[in-house]
Design a protein around this ligand. Structure first.
Ligand SMILES: Nc1ncnc2c1ncn2[C@@H]1O[C@H](COP(=O)(O)OP(=O)(O)OP(=O)(O)O)[C@@H](O)[C@H]1O
Ligand SMILES: [Mg+2]
Length: 574
């Protein structure tokens, strides 16, 4: 196992490599100035070091004692005239000053002398908690990222900490924490271990919860990704069983990343969900994070566009790095076709968008970390074809209008969510045209999930204003009054259908249509065989079911409002 000293060595070697190659200005974007000081000192323990920071002016690098208080320009001017030629110049937290052309010119002057003047050897370290890089400096600045510790390094830090304080730690706790600590610095890892130990006197599985809190801080501080707090649950999705089955397999990997890695399994990259409007794409993206039990981060390409040359790309890289730091996480990009509109000359994307697209695509293809990308789109015509090629996303899913089985589940889910799912409501009668030629109820064929949700909401509101009881009649009335997606977008839906057929998308709506109607003796009962929190439909036949005296034949794994008296049968069904 790697020692802690070794970890620092790797960073020192890399930084020393830059210094020896006479890179004149090195930008270290980090918040832990003490760690950066150690690193700089370790490159060359004899080097003369001059330090300036925004708060105190010139200070002694070793003792931090104030030497002289003047502004950055005067400091650089005095230095530029100075005869000393072999020196490290450490400038801390000066990022706000880098927008000043005079400062930029002064830094360029020092850099050029180092590059072109014999015997002049100055390395400027810009040590800032923010990355600000004006175009004038771009070519002469080297950005140095202090690498995050890898798995064996994280283990070394945990061991170092626990051995120092004589704290016992179980092997599986160490494994679990190692995965959680990915993307955090040595300093942050020690801080969390400290906090966990202070709080509970132990380092155990619960310590990992503190890691999530710390990672949330990382996202908030970066202000480039949005941390979405959403309570959409996987069980809220009605239907889309094809997509759900697929994600349930990925859940296993995401919840056991340590073991999956050991086993040699590649971490899943992510999926692209395309399909009809209002049919659950966004809902599925949000629910994936809940399923994996990881933070949901939203990437908004509009938000990362910057004013300076190269700023947008740097912001995208920063967003990607933040996501990697927070991993395991879900990175959600809604309506991805809008983010990269006009790529491939369709409507003349700007150079910036084209470059952003390239950066994103390369990352997607090469990424190894536990960032699961879920992108959604309802307009594949505008979607760059690169996204549809193999190797970018693991799978491309098509979400269609819900079939009868799915409509039933969507009704149940939305009724249940609002506490209105009861055996009194005949959901079957809401799914298709009523036998009187659709006079009583026109049915919900061609309705999107969003249409069904709005029917449920409206019906509940009507019931509240009428007599306080939601009934099948009210729901039917609302259905009849609803102009569905297929009504409003008839031609577009046909057009979309043709477009989708041209591609080889995986079917998100795997489930077969319900083919039978409920029989007379079919009752509603609680079922855990559905794998859901809801109720199942079964046929009750007295005498065939052991102790309970009931057997269940023909469980249609679907869900419907249940009656409490049947709940005790659950065990027999399971
Ligand atoms: N399969 C479903 N199960 C449960 N609710 C659904 C389903 N599909 C859609 N809904 C409901 O409809 C609303 C809209 O769904 P969502 O935002 O996921 O659609 P979308 O496919 O992303 O649409 P768009 O293409 O317009 O962005 C959500 O509030 C959700 O509750
Ligand atoms: Mg959406």
């Amino acid at each position: 196992m790697e020692s802690v000293a070794n970890i620092q060595n790797n960073a020192v070697k890399k930084l020393a490599g830059y210094v020896n190659a006479l890179r004149p200005i090195i930008y270290i974007n980090h918040f832990d100035f003490q760690a950066v000081d150690c690193l700089i000192r370790a490159i060359n323990d004899k080097a003369k070091i001059k330090e300036y920071n925004e708060a105190d002016g010139e200070v002694d690098f070793e003792t931090k004692a104030r030497k002289q208080k003047y502004d950055l320009n005067s400091f650089l001017l005095a230095f530029d005239d100075n005869e000393e030629k072999e020196i490290f110049l450490v400038l801390k937290d000066v990022h706000h000053k880098l927008r000043n052309p005079e400062i930029c010119a002064r830094l360029r002057s020092i850099a050029e002398k180092t590059i072109y003047k014999e015997g002049m050897n100055v390395t400027v370290f810009l040590v800032c908690s923010e990355l600000v890089l004006p175009p004038e400096l771009e070519k002469i600045v080297t950005i140095f990222d202090i690498p995050y510790p890898g798995d064996s390094q994280i283990k070394a830090i945990i061991n170092d900490y626990t051995e120092n304080f004589n704290i016992p730690i179980a092997d599986n706790t160490r494994e679990r924490l190692t995965v959680s600590f990915r993307g955090l610095s040595d300093f942050e890892i020690r801080q969390i271990l400290n906090l966990a130990y202070q709080e509970s006197g132990l380092i155990d599985h619960d310590s990992a919860k503190l890691v999530l809190e710390e990672k949330k801080q990382v996202i908030k501080k970066s202000d480039i990704l949005e941390l979405v707090q959403d309570d959409s649950d996987f069980d809220d999705i009605g239907g889309l069983e094809g997509l759900k089955d697929y994600l349930l397999k990925k859940e296993k990997v995401f919840k056991n990343i340590g073991e999956a890695n050991k086993f040699g399994l590649d971490l899943p990259k992510g999926i692209l969900i395309v399909g009809y409007p209002g049919c659950g794409k966004t809902l599925s993206a949000k629910a994936t994070a809940r399923l994996f039990d990881v933070p949901l981060l939203r990437l908004d390409i509009g938000k990362i566009m910057g004013m300076y040359v190269g700023e947008s790309e740097r912001n995208l890289v920063r967003a990607i790095k933040t996501a990697e730091a927070v991993a395991p996480c879900v990175l959600w990009i809604d309506e991805i076709e809008k983010a990269f509109a006009g790529i491939n000359g369709q409507s003349g994307a700007s150079d910036i968008i084209t470059r952003l697209f390239g950066t994103f695509l390369t990352w997607l293809q090469e990424k190894k970390g536990a960032v699961y990308v879920v992108a959604t789109s309802n307009n594949i015509e505008k979607l760059p074809p690169e996204f549809l090629r193999r190797g970018r996303f693991d799978e491309l899913f098509l979400v269609k209008l819900p079939n009868k089985t799915e409509r039933k589940k969507i009704f149940e889910n939305h009724l249940r969510k609002r506490g209105q799912l009861s055996g009194e409501i005949d959901i079957y009668s809401l799914l298709e045209k009523s036998p009187d030629g659709g006079k009583t109820c026109k049915g919900t064929e061609g309705f999107s999930g969003a249409d069904i949700e709005s029917v449920v909401k409206e019906a509940i509101e009507m019931a509240f204003f009428a007599n306080g009881t939601l009934s099948t009649d009210i729901l039917q009335e609302c259905i009849n009054n609803t102009i569905s997606l297929s009504d409003t977008m008839k031609d577009e839906i046909e057009e979309l259908k043709k477009r989708y057929e041209k591609h080889n998308f995986k079917d998100a709506n795997k489930e077969p249509e319900i083919t039978k109607k409920r029989k007379k003796n079919e009752a509603v009962l609680s079922s855990k065989s559905s794998g859901n929190k809801g109720y199942g439909v079964g046929t009750i036949s007295p005498g065939s079911g052991g102790d309970a005296g009931y057997g269940v034949e023909n469980i249609i794994g679907s869900l419907i409002g249940g009656h409490p008296i049947f709940k005790y049968l659950t065990n027999d069904i399971g």
